[in-house]
Every structure is written in C-alpha cells, then in structure tokens.
Design a binder for this molecule. Structure first.
Ligand code: TYM
Length: 334
C-alpha cells in the first residue's frame, strides 16, 4: 500500500522553492487521499551549526508552514525527526550498509562542504544515510521532493537494495519511488537563472521568503533578472532564456495554470508589464499561508500538540521496523 514521506530541514527561513517544490505538493498528495508522514529534519539541521536556543523555534516554524500550507494533522502525521528515536538507530545500521564510494559521489556534500572539506562535520558527510533511514524506517513507497534531492533518493534505493540482499530479506524494505513532479520541481534564483533558489544564497533578493510581506515580494519581483525580449508564444522559444523561463514557471505554478496558458495571455508583452502581474499572483498565493503561519507561531501550544501527537503516531510505525531490523542484523535480545 502507498505511504508518502518527506521532510524539510529545521534550518531557517523557507522560500518559494520549498513552497512550490515541496509544501504545496504534499498538500495535493494528502488531499488526493494518500497517507502522508511529514517531519521536521532537526537531526539533519545540526550537520551545520545551529544555535541551540533557536533550534526548537525553527522546528516549530517548519511545523507551522506544514499546517499553514494545508496539511491536516488528523490525516497526515507531522513530527520532529529527533523525537522519533528510530531514525537515528536505523541510520547507524545504514552507515554500515552504505559504501564510502557511494557517499563520495554526493554532489550536495561537495557543495555544502566547500573548499575546506576537512572542516565539515562527519554528520554532513553521512547526511544522505540518515535521509535513507528517515524514508525506510516507515517503509515509505513515495518520496515527494524538489529536484535537488534526486541523488539522495537514488542512494536511498541503493541502501534498501543492499540491505535486502546482504541480509537475505528480499522485499523487506520497499524500493521507494522519488516523486519529483509538479509544475516547479526546481525553482531558480531571481538573480541567476542557472542557480536554484536556496536559503544559503547570500543575496536575499535571490529568493522570496515565506515570511516576506507584499511590498517585499513586489520589490524582489521588480528587481528580478530578466532579458529585454518580450514573452514569446511557446515554451520552446524560451529555451536559453533561463530567467524568463523561471518567471513564467513561477506564474504558472502560483496561479495553477499551465505555462502555455500563461504565454497565451502574455505573449508579446515585456517584463515591465509581466512582473507586476507576477507579484500579484505571488502575493495572492502566499499571503494566506504567511498569515496562518504568523497566527500559529503566536501561540505555539497548538503546534506543540500536533508535534507531540505526530511523534507518537510516527514512533508506533517506526519502532517495530527497527525491532525487525535488529533481529535481521542479529543483535542480542533476551
Ligand atoms: P530542504 O529542507 O533543503 O528542502 C525542503 C524541500 O524543498 C525542496 N526545495 C526546492 N524545490 C524546488 N525548487 C527549489 N529551489 C527548492 N529548494 C528546496 C527540496 O527538494 C525539499 O523537497 N534533505 C532534505 C530534507 C530531508 C528529506 C528526508 C526529504 C531529510 N530527510 C527524507 C525527503 C525524505 C532537505 O535538505 O530539504
């Protein structure tokens, strides 16, 4: 049977890429009737330094974003990763299944560790192994994410396969399908059509944050990099115009239209006309989410109830899987 799982790191502000590539997609899957497990990846967050006095608030903020985007705690299980011990326990076993050569190929580690790899935390290196544990400890079948998680999801499949083979338990872990779909699996920076929108970009103008107000959103869209050509009639004609293509993609995703429909409306017009309209649809789509996040964050009691209840429901699924794994691996038990 279907089981959907995904996570978002508890490391600071969410942006439009997270919203369109992940949050909005989760809500669509939930509303289509799929059982969803969604967590706040706080164990992953500490692979780079996080101020201890801020971490819990960051966790609540992601939980607020889940709720504000339309996830319903009665139907979906929403929880903090660190509150379910099974993740870390399974990750250790998987550290002994995954090969160094596999991790050496991970491009995200190379990007995040930068020039001084020897100063990166060991956790940052083994990050994708924990991600595999997150997914497989629920025997998840589908993992919706943005494009940037593709390599990690392939590694998860390799780990599942190797565990099943090594221990002679075919099918014990299902081989989960990456679900990298939707209209905007890779939202690009507003300043550079070749770079993805990311919270680590030093320029705040490169992204629209979920907490930006209407004026800020309008200003960022106005300053977004474009080209002097008017919008064409077809998507093919946007090839090679990465910034223009990104803005059309954003308009389509934010207004729930196809890109073709957007071009049909704006073909022949320049960005001077298009940008204010884009800002309008961005504000219209995000303002209710932002307002609900603010409301939830003002009194964290509701969020805390959701997270505590979610942790209990998640543990009830994950703990028996780890118990099975311990038996399969051959650990002592009385
Ligand atoms: P994180 O916190 O970086 O991002 C959360 C989600 O947002 C998506 N995303 C984007 N989608 C479209 N365009 C963008 N520019 C963009 N930027 C981010 C990400 O793909 C992701 O879906 N490793 C994960 C967290 C994680 C996880 C997991 C996910 C931990 N364990 C298990 C799935 C399953 C991460 O860093 O996401």
């Amino acid at each position: 049977s279907r089981r959907i799982l995904s996570g978002i790191q508890a490391s600071g502000a969410l942006h439009l890429g997270n919203y369109l590539g992940a949050l909005k997609r989760f809500t669509q899957l939930q509303d289509a009737g799929a059982p969803c497990f969604l967590f706040v990846a706080d164990l992953h967050a500490i692979t780079v330094w996080q101020e201890p006095e801020k971490l819990a608030a960051q966790t609540r903020e992601i939980a607020a974003a889940y709720l504000a985007s339309g996830l319903d705690p009665a139907r979906s299980v929403i929880f903090p990763q660190s509150a379910v011990r099974a993740h870390a326990e399974l990750a250790w076993v998987f550290n002994c299944v995954a090969r160094l050569g596999w991790l050496d190929r991970m491009t995200q580690f190379k990007e995040k560790s930068g020039k001084h790899k020897e100063r990166a935390s060991v956790g940052l290196y083994t990050y994708p192994v924990l991600q595999a544990a997150d997914i497989l400890v629920y025997k998840a079948t589908e993992v919706p994410t943005g494009e940037d998680q593709k390599q990690h999801l392939e590694l998860t499949r390799d780990i599942a396969q190797k565990f099943n083979n090594d221990f002679g338990v075919p099918g014990f872990f299902p081989i989960p399908d990456p679900v990298i779909q939707g209209p905007a699996p890779r939202v690009m920076s507003l300043r550079d059509g070749q770079a993805k929108m990311s919270k680590s970009d030093p320029s705040d103008l490169s992204r629209i944050n979920l907490t930006d107000d209407a004026d800020t959103i309008a200003a960022k869209v106005r300053k977004a990099k474009t080209d002097p050509e008017p919008l064409p009639e077809t998507m093919e004609e946007l090839e090679g115009r990465s910034e223009a293509k990104n803005l059309v993609t954003l308009y389509a995703a934010l207004s729930d239209q196809t890109k073709e429909a957007v071009l049909a409306e704006f073909a022949g017009q320049g960005f001077g006309a298009f940008k204010p309209k884009l800002a309008e649809v961005a504000v219209a789509a995000m303002a209710p989410v932002t307002a609900e996040m603010r409301r939830l964050m003002a009194d964290p009691a509701e969020i805390d109830r959701v997270l505590a209840d979610g942790a209990e429901r998640a543990s009830a699924v994950a703990d028996p899987v780890v118990d099975e794994v311990k038996r399969i691996v051959g650990f002592w038990r009385a």
